[in-house]
Design a protein around this ligand. Structure first.
Ligand code: AMP
Ligand code: GLY
Length: 427
């Protein structure tokens, strides 16, 4: 099979790594890819928003499956355009991608199907929004309805902060994405992520993970795309996973099918595990980044047939095997991220750092130039390790990082701290 992966992050490198190991694979392409995918696949300079060019490339290169990494092309209807051209695609249609593309869409689906989530209001003017905040008080969460590259969510501790967030959303800063706003109760508990494949009818649970969104140790400072992750999430016991499936995932998949917009792809539920049980914070219509990297490190089975079975509606009776090991990934970012940062610094000694059989270094914002690896993004590398415990995986990851020569890099030193605390003093 010839496969094209769309995207350029650590998620896409880890997907390429898993797919490259499949005996079913013919040629692998990644568009646009990065310095890491370049070692496993042919990187091609295709623009994800140019659906026509992608369809032409697929016809020219006899692509049998397109795997779409990020959400934006899915929300823009890339899967629909590929399917219309007779090309198999892993990823939901535009209508089904509304689960991530519109917070109000998902809140309505939750309300109509009794899916546990925070109480909310959907508003389309600043006046309406502020009146609702005045009525509820703080803390409260303000969210731009549409895609805002992870910047459209404000967890406001005071009414003033909430009003400020409302002004930002309606100022046009997020374009159309901020023209409507969801305001919801602030949930309390422990966050975790749950991933499942679905072909629109059958659901195959994958695994759980937790990420660290804040830039600094101790989960302090501004939000980022994610500075590290580990899998599984200790808070996601078997009993909790069963509840998530029964109360959240299954009703969602059934409701989407019932509406005539079946959801096909990987469904990523962002959850708050509260005293009363799991609550849905949000859906994502793709693998998480960097959560995908830890999932791929733990997957024992061939990923490619699972993606094909999902796209083909053949997930019933399909199964995947996982390693008992835990996995952890540390993101190395360019100093300055998530603010401004320099591009073009040289990263050395990556081969030495990645020589442990339990360590994989997935690239994100890198490119290869004249045999050198250059940093060209905010999040640059994901040093990912397996271990019998999260603690062992963490030790391996940080040992590997010590060998990397990249003075311009920054990383957190406490990835996995909550899980490791639990391992060290189980309650
Ligand atoms: P989202 O982009 O929806 O994942 O939101 C980003 C982050 O904001 C989440 O990972 C949570 O940490 C936080 N968040 C979002 N909604 C809520 C909520 N209702 N209560 C508490 N925290 C929230
Ligand atoms: N790491 C969070 C996300 O992929 O949305």
């Amino acid at each position: 099979m010839n496969v094209l992966i769309i995207g350029s992050g650590g998620r896409e490198h880890s997907l390429a790594w898993a797919i490259a190991a499949s005996p079913l694979l013919g040629e692998l392409f990644c568009a646009p890819g990065n310095g890491g995918t370049a070692t496993l696949a042919s990187n091609v300079a295709l623009d994800a928003s140019d659906h026509k060019a992608i369809v032409e490339f697929c016809h020219d290169r006899s692509i049998d499956l397109v795997v779409v990494g990020p959400e934006a092309p899915l929300v823009a209807g890339l899967a629909d355009d590929l399917m219309a051209a007779g090309i198999k695609v892993f990823g939901p249609s535009k209508a089904a991608a509304q689960l991530e593309g519109s917070k109000a869409f998902t809140k309505t689906l939750c309300r109509d199907n009794d899916i546990p989530t925070a109480a909310y209001a959907h508003v389309s003017s600043a006046g309406e929004a502020k009146a609702y905040v005045a009525q509820c008080g703080a803390p409260i969460v303000v969210k731009a309805d549409g895609l805002a590259a992870g910047k459209g969510v404000f967890v406001a501790q005071t009414v003033d902060e909430a009003n400020n967030a409302i002004d930002i959303c309606f100022s046009g800063e997020f374009g159309e994405a901020g023209a409507e706003v969801v305001i919801e109760d602030c949930l309390v508990g422990e966050e975790a992520s749950y991933f499942a494949l679905t072909d629109g009818k059958s659901i195959l649970p994958l695994a759980t993970a937790q990420d660290h969104k804040r830039i600094f140790d101790g989960d302090e400072g501004p939000n980022t795309g994610g500075m590290g992750a580990h899998s599984p999430a200790p808070v996601m016991t078997d009993a909790m996973c069963t509840r998530v499936m029964d109360e959240i995932i299954r009703p969602t998949v059934d409701a989407m099918a019932h509406a005539g917009t079946p959801y096909v792809g990987v469904l990523y539920a962002g959850l708050m595990i509260a005293d009363e049980g799991p609550q849905l914070i949000e859906y994502n219509v793709r693998f998480g980044d960097p959560e995908c990297q830890v999932l791929m490190m733990r997957l024992r089975s061939d990923l490619l047939p699972a993606l094909v079975a999902t796209a083909d509606g053949q997930l019933a009776n399909f199964d995947l095997r996982w390693r008992d090991d835990k996995a952890l990934t540390v993101v190395l970012a360019t100093q300055g991220y998530p603010g401004d940062y320099e591009k073009g610094s040289v990263i050395r000694r990556l081969d030495e750092a990645g020589s442990d059989g339990n360590v994989e270094i997935f690239h994100a914002g890198t490119k290869l130039q004249d045999g050198r690896t250059l940093a060209c993004g905010g999040r640059v590398l994901n040093v990912t390790a397996r271990g019998k415990t999260v603690g062992e995986a963490r030790t391996r990851a940080y040992e590997a990082i010590k060998q990397i020569d990249w003075p311009e890099g920054y990383w957190r030193t406490d990835i996995g701290w909550r899980a490791i605390e639990r391992e060290e003093s189980p309650s």
